[in-house]
Design a protein around this ligand. Structure first.
Ligand code: PEP
Length: 250
């Protein structure tokens, strides 16, 4: 039985004040929820603040990105050792905004995945096609290519200790959600592809859906056989919206 995981990706949003309010609301609203795993991924400068606010709560801490390199001369980058130093447990790897805006390649994402995992952190590997790719009928080809780059680098056993997030690029921040059936079809495809290497790993793997998840559509999405929770962008910035999604999962 896979536990539902709801992860908030705050992207480049927040301030010390707003984060204090947001987390206060999330933590108190989740006090009674024990059957859903929840984590938040703040921007790097707020990791220390959020780490402090999460002590003794049932909310975990994640980061939005990490360098594939060890500490050293990489101006502007953040090493995985720094993330563990601040109590991070998860790291988002290969988010479509990193791929599209910062040119992260499949090979680089696979390298980041390996580095994150070597530090004892859990990678959340994002996969997903653009609108053009979906309309050209190559969704599965794209998702398979992104997944295979990681499988080839780290092997299927490493996937057992990771999370995958299917995030169709056309649904991120657009208000346009993949229908539960559209999402389920790609999730089933991802699970089957992992099963081609190892059926037990595939059965245990949590595959999140991301792309304009809201309180109103979360329950139907999470009710699908191969959807094990969500990676939430916009709706993770308001406590009530995020809690509605967590409660839908619960
Ligand atoms: C995301 O950025 O991972 C995401 C899913 O964003 P949103 O929920 O805003 O579509």
């Amino acid at each position: 039985m896979r536990r539902i995981l709801v992860a908030g990706n705050w992207k480049m949003n927040g301030s010390k004040t707003s984060i204090g309010h947001l987390l206060g609301g999330i933590v108190s609203g989740l006090a009674q929820v024990s059957d859903v795993d929840v984590l938040v991924c703040p921007p790097f400068p707020y990791l220390a603040q959020v780490q402090g606010l999460l002590v003794g709560t049932n909310v975990a801490l994640g980061a939005q990105n990490a360098s594939e390199h060890p500490p050293g001369a990489f101006t502007g980058e953040v090493a995985v050792e720094m993330l563990t130093d601040f109590g991070c447990e998860y790291v988002i790897v290969g988010h479509s905004e990193r791929r599209a805006l910062y040119g992260e390649t499949d090979a680089q994402v696979a390298h980041k995945f390996e580095t994150v995992q070597s530090a004892g952190l859990t990678p959340i590997l994002c996969l997903g096609e653009t609108l053009e790719e979906r309309e050209s009928g190559v969704t599965e080809t794209v998702v398979a290519r992104q997944l295979d780059a990681v499988l080839e680098r780290v092997g299927v056993k490493a996937i057992a200790d990771a999370v995958v997030a299917y995030e169709p690029v056309w649904a991120i921040g657009t208000g346009r959600t993949a229908s539960p059936d559209q999402a389920q079809a790609v999730h089933a495809f991802i699970r089957a592809r992992v099963a081609g290497h190892d059926t037990q790993v595939a059965q245990a793997l949590r595959i999140l859906y991301g792309g304009s998840v809201k309180g109103g559509n979360a329950q139907e999405l999470f009710g699908k056989q191969d959807i094990d929770g969500g990676l939430i962008g916009g709706a993770s910035l308001q406590a009530d919206d995020f809690l509605a999604i967590c409660h839908a999962a619960h």
